[in-house]
Write a protein that binds this ligand. Sequence first.
Ligand SMILES: Nc1ncnc2c1ncn2[C@@H]1O[C@H](COP(=O)(O)OP(=O)(O)O)[C@@H](O)[C@H]1O
Ligand SMILES: N[C@@H](CC(=O)OP(=O)(O)O)C(=O)O
Length: 423
Amino acid sequence: MALIVQKYGGSSVGTTEKIRAIANKIKGYRDRGDDVVVVVSAMGGETDRLQGLADEIGSPLPREMDMLLSTGEQVTIALLTMGLSAAGVDACSFTGWQVPIRTDDAHGKARIDSIDAEHLKTELGRGRVVVVAGFQGVNEANDITTLGRGGSDTTAVALAASLKADECQIFTDVDGVYTTDPRVVPGARRLEKITFEEMLEMASLGSKVLQIRAVEFAGKYGVPLRVLSTFDDGPGTLISLEEDVEEPIISGIAFTKDEAQLTVLGVPDRPGIAYSLLGPIGEANIEVDMILQNVSGDPSSDYSATDFTFTVHRRDFDRAKGLLEQAASELGAREVAGNTSIAKVSLVGVGMRSHANVAARMFKTLSEENINIRMISTTEIKISIVIEAKYLELAVRALHETFDLDAEPEKVDSELTPLSEQD
Ligand SMILES: Nc1ncnc2c1ncn2[C@@H]1O[C@H](COP(=O)(O)OP(=O)(O)O)[C@@H](O)[C@H]1O
Ligand SMILES: N[C@@H](CC(=O)OP(=O)(O)O)C(=O)O
């Protein structure tokens, strides 16, 4: 008998029929003797609908936004619990504050501080399935908070950690984590397993199959995490704490259109420039992602100018541009340019550590497709590039092919294949 925490996302609870089907699926686990805690998201599209209502009214007070957005999950926990009851399964629902899931008071992006799981354990002890609302908690002032979009994944992982569950299972509309979004590349392949490190990169670089914080949390507390299909049986993908001796060079390709690029042209090249430009952006709490500054042309001349480019989330673009224009005019820069039609494509793989020429293969592929690279950034397990948004799908498909991601993984085995001989 195992203790399992299962999370069903918005795409899995979109209709009452689907909710009924999930109730029957959970019954199967109960019949096998497992203890089950279920976390559900709002019905697909509901959180966006609620957000839209708030946009129509205006004045989105953070406390009230969380009061509003948290209602979506309250609907699904009640419906699923009724569905379980109809299927003959004893169950009981809890909102975040009823558990309670204690968070800080950062409305809209609250972090979980602690979970008092005693109440849930009592219900489990009575043989009940416990159904918990995802995405929400309560702060010290007893106000409802939400954990940020996709936050139900984090609720599930945090509950699994707190209850010391045997596994946290994230059920969704795909049957695991793929080499890239299977909706974009039909030949994408399901991964049997992926390391936490890689999954964290994939999530933070745009693969929305798991929320970043959920992966961080699972890694930190050693929660065994698996992504599975709600609608089909199968092993899914295990997010594994251990790296294999042989890891594929590239595990996956992540991408996002959520960023925008800002460039300050003709900035006097002298110490303190980066700080003068990015200081006000940081103070305004705008996160900066990729940064590029070219080396000034002629070191012998008294005055040389440089271009300074960086990316921000698209929603912060207008605000960042305004701040940058002010800073740039104070510095005597020539111009501030912006581009919101960009996309970021990233290759991710721990096997890259021992492989020198991944970047060259990536750039060659893009050049063959005539795709211009605007920015590049690398870490030891990822390479990201910024390109024009209209080439996104072409780039992802071409790279998927170059790195043979639809085939069984290419292994790094330095004993058999010396680095120098790899192409
Ligand atoms: N590498 C990937 N592997 C699997 N799915 C991915 C990947 N990248 C993006 N996705 C997308 O993530 C979706 C699942 O996430 P999401 O829609 O948030 O599900 P849920 O509603 O269950 O929370 C899939 O339908 C798929 O299009
Ligand atoms: N309903 C919330 C929380 C969530 O996690 O949803 P989903 O599991 O559908 O990504 C949202 O839309 O962000």
